[in-house]
Write a protein that binds this ligand. Structure first.
Ligand SMILES: [Zn+2]
Length: 57
């Protein structure tokens, strides 16, 4: 799958709300946007739950 934000080919994309719009992006972009503060905290916790469910943390 291709990340809509950076264009990288990644195994997995995550649906997160970025600046009020839902986008499918890769983990790298999520981390970057998180540092910029562009991702809502609720979206992040949803993503963390999803990743925990898959046993990645
Ligand atoms: Zn990306």
């Amino acid at each position: 799958m291709e990340c809509k934000l950076c264009g990288e080919e990644v195994d997995e994309l995550f649906s997160v709300k970025v600046e009020g719009r839902k986008r499918k992006i890769c983990e790298d972009c999520i981390e970057r946007l998180q540092e910029e503060g562009s991702i809502a905290e609720e979206a992040l916790s949803a993503m963390r739950n999803m990743m925990e469910y898959k046993g990645r943390f």
